[in-house]
Write a protein that binds this ligand. Structure first.
Ligand code: MLT
Length: 266
């Protein structure tokens, strides 16, 4: 699987760039890396060009200096596409934090999108209580380290039947490899994100909302309500999956995604 080092100006992103055809961009959640999309890269690189970065500070990509916003991440991704000479509109598929970046990408670069996939993600921003909890978590991780946080996070990421799986162990290792600084800055960036709910009726591209049936972080009910606000939307619920639907049940996830991709772009 080809990995590329793509400059975004100040730093670079490590990016999987595999296959040929219409472009699918897969953006991971927090505090993960491209490997959460392993099964989608293998499946879709057969007939699409799959572009799957490690966001700055996660996986193998170096961190940016200073604090950053989700809007900055969307800008980095547009630069990444320029560097990779992608000039046609892309299907942007974002998981959780990657989905928050997706709303920002739509807002900044609407003409660069052909389709949008909002995966286990929400449009609303954080309540004051959640913002406070993120600030506490951002401070605490600097002394506890990410290995401890990883173990605490797992039960909310996976549904019960997948919690003891090899996949869960791999995700635990991925989180534990994230630096406390990147973990902390990610929490703060998410706590300051804008509420995208009022943007939803303006989204013209076909949009798939897809969620694990047992997702405790992003409930299927909330995602279905979000889907009803987007004029050209589809909603899919993935059985036997929690917050990491593309990894926990890749067979059903990929089937739903193929069906959506076949409906065409705007
Ligand atoms: C994620 O998976 O990216 C996070 O759960 C998002 C969040 O903490 O809101």
């Amino acid at each position: 699987m080809e990995r590329k080092r793509v400059s975004t100006g100040e730093k670079h992103l490590e990016v999987v760039d595999a296959g040929e055809g219409p472009v699918l961009v897969f953006v991971h959640g927090f505090p993960l890396d491209h490997s959460v999309w392993h099964y989608q890269i293998c499946e879709f690189a057969r007939d699409y060009r799959v572009i799957c970065p490690d966001l700055a500070g996660y996986g193998s990509s170096p961190a940016k200096s200073g604090h950053w916003s989700l809007s900055d991440v969307a800008t980095d991704l547009a630069i990444m596409l320029d560097e990779l000479k992608v000039d046609q509109p892309v299907c942007f598929c974002g998981l959780s934090m990657g989905g928050y970046v997706g709303w920002e990408f739509w807002r900044q670069f609407p003409t660069r999108l052909s389709q949008l996939v909002a995966c286990d993600t929400r449009a609303a921003n954080d309540s004051a209580q959640v913002q406070r909890a993120r600030r506490v978590s951002a401070n605490r991780v600097m002394s506890t380290g990410t290995a401890k946080v990883a173990e605490e996070m797992l039960p909310r990421l996976f549904c019960e039947s997948n919690l003891s799986s090899e996949l869960a162990k791999r995700i635990c290792d991925t989180i534990a490899r994230t630096s406390p600084d990147s973990f902390s800055k990610g929490q703060l960036a998410m706590s300051k994100r804008e509420d995208a709910t009022s943007w939803l009726p303006e989204i013209e591209v076909p949009t798939l909302f897809i969620v694990g049936e047992f997702d405790e972080i992003t409930s299927p009910d909330e995602m279905q309500s979000n889907a009803e606000l987007v004029p050209n939307s589809t909603f899919a619920q993935i059985a036997n999956a929690g917050h990491l639907a593309p990894l926990e049940n890749h067979v059903d996830f990929n089937r739903a995604m193929r069906l959506f991709l076949a409906t065409g772009s705007k």
